[in-house]
Write a protein that binds this ligand. Structure first.
Ligand code: DMJ
Length: 626
C-alpha cells in the first residue's frame, strides 16, 4: 500500500474533546489582561500602565525561552503522539497561562488501558472481563447439560436442536473462545468431543449449508488448530487433543465441502452440500446468496496454507476472481447470484442479510495475505475501496430529527427508491471500515506514520458514526437490546411502527421498529465493531457502550438453569424469550466482549483477521507459521 499525503487539516481530525485544543499564546495574553484584576483596578493610573508593560515584558521573556515546545494537542494528533503530547503540556510545557487563568478542565492523564485498571477514576475492566468469562461458562454449562453434541441449545425447553446439519456447531464455534478466555475445562470438553465424534458425523451427515458450515465449523477448527499449535493469542494452557486432530478434521470436512465448487458449472459454488455422498446442489430457487459464496476464502486459503494442498484456495479464490468481472453499481452488488450462469440475479442491493460479508471478505482476504502479498491480489482492495465509496455515495443518510448516520438499501437497484431500512447485521460494517482504514494498527500510529489517505479518513469517520447509530439501536429500546431490523425516520419516510420504548432516549423518534422486526438473536455485529473501534481509536467510550450492552444481555437473556435465550420483543419488559441460543453467542458475541474489555495485545488486529464468525486466522508473515 502506498502512503499518500494527508489531505486533511488538523481541525478535520475528529476528536470529541475539541475543548481541550490548545489556545494561541497571544489569545491567552489578551484574555489574561482582559480578565485579570490589573485591568479592573489599575489601567487608568500610571502605576497600572507600568505594571501592565512590565507584565508584557515578562511574558515575552517567558515566551522566548519556551518557543521550542512541541506541545500542542493538534500537533500531537498529526504526529500521532496524541495523549502523550497532551500529558507533556500538563506536566512540563508552557505553563504561564496558569498563572493568570484557571486551567481548562482536563481529562485524567491515563491511557484507556490504565483507566481500565480499576482505580478510583474508572471502572474495573479486569472485573468486567471476568464477568464475560462467567457468562461464557454459564452459556456452555447449559449447552453441555442439555444439548451436548447438538448444534444448538433450547435453554427453556432444556434440549438440543440440530438446525445446522448436526455437526455439533456450538462445540466447534465455542472452542476458540474458550481458548482465548483460558477456560481450560471447556477447551478440554469441546476438544475431546471433536476428537471422538466430529469425523464420524462429517462422514455420515446429510445436507449442510456450504457457507454456514465453512464459517462456523471449518473456521472454528482452523482457529483451534492454530491457537493450540502456537499457544499464542490465548490464555489457555494446552488441554484437549493434539492440534493435528483439528487439522485432520478440518481437511475431512473441507474435502467434502469442495463438492459445492466441483458440482457447479461456473466458479460460483452450489449452496447446499450433502456431506456423506459427497454431492452438492443449488438452493431450491436455484440461487446462492452473494455473501455466502464470497465468504469462504479466508478459511479455504488458510487450510491450503497449513495443509500444503492448494486445491482449497484455488477453488475458493476463483469465486472472487469471477466476481471481479461482474457489473456493479459503484462497487455495490445484488444480493443473489446464479451458480448455473455465474451472473448476479435481481437488483436488490444491501449490506444486511445476504450481502454483508461479501464486503467484509474483500478486505479481509486481502489483509490475510499480509505485508508480502502478491500484487495480483490488489484487485480485492480496489473492489473494497470502490464499494465503500459506493456505500458513502448511495446508501448513507441521516435520520431526523437527530441526525443518526445509517446505511440504507436499494431494493430496486440503482434507479429505484432508497429504503431507510438497516438490519442489525449491517453493524459489522463499522468495524470493517475502521480495520480497512488503518489495516489493524491504531489510528494514532497510522496518523503518526502518515498512512491515512482521504478515503481512509472518510471511512473511519463513517465507522465511528455508524457505531454510534448501532449503539443507539440498543439504547433506544426498553430492554437495552437492539431489534433485528430498524427503520430510520427521514423526510421521505415516517412509516408507522413502534418506537423502542426507552422514553429517555433522545433517538426515540429517529428509530422506527416494525412489529415483525422486534426480536433479538444475541447477534454480535455491534459489539464486534465496538471491539475493533476500541482497538483502533483507543476511545474508552466504545468499552462503556459494550458494557451497557453486556449488562442488558445479562439482565434479559440469561436463563437461570443454563444458557442464554434469544428474545421475541426488545421493546417490552419483561421480554418474551424465544428458546434458542445461537452458536454465535459463544463464538462471537461473548468473544468480542471479552476482547473489548481486555488487554489490547490479546489477538492483535495487525496479526490476525477474524473470519465472519469471529474465528481468528493468522495474517501471513506476521505470526509463527504452523
Ligand atoms: C454469524 O453467523 C456471522 O457473523 C455471519 O456473518 C452473519 N450472521 C451471524 C451473526 O449474526
Amino acid at each position: 500500500m502506498s502512503s499518500k499525503t494527508l489531505p486533511y487539516s488538523n481541525k478535520d481530525i475528529h476528536y470529541d474533546n475539541a475543548k481541550f485544543r490548545q489556545r494561541s499564546v497571544f489569545k491567552v495574553i489578551n484574555q489574561t489582561l482582559l480578565t485579570s484584576n490589573v485591568k479592573h483596578h489599575c489601567t487608568s493610573c500610571s502605576t497600572g500602565k507600568f505594571l501592565v508593560l512590565l507584565m508584557i515584558f515578562g511574558i515575552a521573556c517567558l515566551l522566548l525561552t519556551h518557543t521550542s515546545s512541541p506541545g500542542s494537542v493538534s500537533n500531537g494528533l498529526v504526529n500521532g503522539s496524541g495523549n502523550g503530547t497532551y500529558e507533556h503540556n500538563i506536566s512540563g510545557g508552557i505553563r504561564f497561562p496558569n498563572l493568570f487563568r484557571r486551567a481548562p478542565r482536563l481529562p485524567p492523564q491515563l491511557t484507556p488501558d490504565q483507566i481500565g485498571g480499576g482505580g478510583k477514576l474508572g471502572p474495573n475492566w479486569v472485573d468486567r472481563q471476568e464477568n464475560v468469562k462467567k457468562a461464557f461458562i454459564h452459556a456452555w454449562s447449559g449447552y453441555k447439560r442439555y444439548a451436548m453434541g447438538f448444534d444448538e441449545l433450547k435453554p427453556l425447553s432444556k434440549q438440543g436442536v440440530d438446525g445446522l446439519g448436526g455437526l455439533g456447531a456450538t462445540v466447534v464455534d465455542a472452542l476458540d473462545t474458550a481458548m482465548i478466555m483460558g477456560v481450560d475445562e471447556v477447551v478440554s470438553e469441546a476438544g475431546l468431543w471433536i476428537e471422538k465424534h466430529l469425523s464420524n458425523r462429517i462422514s455420515e451427515k446429510g445436507q449442510v449449508n456450504l457457507f454456514e458450515t465453512t464459517i462456523r465449523v471449518l473456521g472454528g477448527l482452523l482457529s483451534a488448530y492454530h491457537l493450540s499449535s502456537v499457544n499464542q493469542g490465548t490464555n489457555s494452557t494446552h488441554t484437549g487433543p493434539e492440534p493435528a486432530v483439528y487439522l485432520e478434521t478440518a481437511k475431512n470436512l473441507a474435502d467434502r465441502l469442495l463438492s459445492g465448487f466441483t458440482s457447479s458449472p461456473t466458479a460460483i459454488p452450489y449452496g447446499d452440500v450433502v456431506l456423506r455422498d459427497p454431492s452438492a446442489h443449488p438452493a431450491p430457487d436455484g440461487l446462492s446468496s452473494t455473501s455466502e459464496v464470497s465468504t469462504l476464502q479466508l478459511e479455504f486459503n488458510y487450510l491450503s496454507s497449513v495443509s500444503g494442498d492448494p486445491k482449497y484456495t484455488v477453488a475458493a479464490m476463483k469465486v472472487l476472481e469471477h466476481m471481479k468481472t461482474l457489473p456493479k453499481v459503484e462497487g455495490l452488488v445484488p444480493i443473489f447470484i446464479n451458480p448455473n450462469t455465474g451472473e448476479f440475479s435481481g437488483e436488490n442491493i444491501r449490506l444486511g442479510s445476504r450481502g454483508d460479508s461479501y464486503y467484509e471478505y474483500l478486505l479481509k482476504v486481502w489483509l490475510q495475505k499480509g505485508p508480502n502479498r502478491e500484487s495480483n491480489l490488489t484487485y480485492l482492495y480496489d473492489m473494497y475501496e470502490e464499494a465503500m465509496k459506493g456505500v458513502r455515495h448511495r446508501l448513507v443518510r441521516k435520520s431526523i430529527p437527530n441526525g443518526l448516520v445509517f446505511v440504507g438499501e436499494l431494493p430496486y437497484g440503482s434507479d429505484g427508491d432508497f429504503s431507510p431500512k438497516m438490519d442489525h447485521l449491517v453493524c459489522f460494517l463499522a468495524g470493517t471500515l475502521a480495520l480497512g482504514a488503518t489495516k489493524g494498527i491504531t489510528k494514532e500510529k497510522a496518523m503518526r506514520d502518515n498512512l491515512l489517505n482521504f478515503e481512509d479518513l472518510e471511512n473511519l469517520k463513517l465507522a465511528e458514526d455508524l457505531a454510534k447509530t448501532c449503539f443507539e439501536m440498543y439504547s433506544v429500546t426498553s430492554t437495552g437490546l437492539a431489534p433485528e431490523i430498524a427503520y430510520f425516520h427521514t423526510e421521505e419516510f415516517s412509516d408507522g411502527g413502534l418506537d423502542g420504548g426507552n422514553k429517555s432516549s433522545k433517538y426515540l423518534n429517529d428509530i422506527i421498529i416494525k412489529r415483525a422486526d422486534r426480536h433479538n438473536l444475541l447477534r454480535p455485529e455491534t459489539v464486534e465493531s465496538l471491539f475493533v473501534l476500541y482497538r483502533i481509536t483507543e476511545d474508552p467510550k466504545y468499552r462503556e457502550w459494550g458494557w451497557q450492552i453486556f449488562e442488558a444481555f445479562e439482565k434479559y437473556t440469561r436463563i437461570d438453569t443454563g444458557g442464554y435465550s434469544s428474545l421475541d420483543d426488545v421493546t417490552k419488559i419483561p421480554p418474551h424469550t424465544r428458546d434458542k441460543m445461537e452458536t454465535f453467542f459463544l463464538g462471537e458475541t461473548l468473544k468480542y466482549l471479552y476482547l473489548l474489555f481486555g488487554d489490547t495485545s490479546l489477538v492483535p488486529l495487525d496479526k490476525y483477521v477474524f473470519n465472519t464468525e469471529a474465528h481468528p486466522i493468522p495474517i501471513e508473515g506476521t505470526t509463527k507459521r504452523v
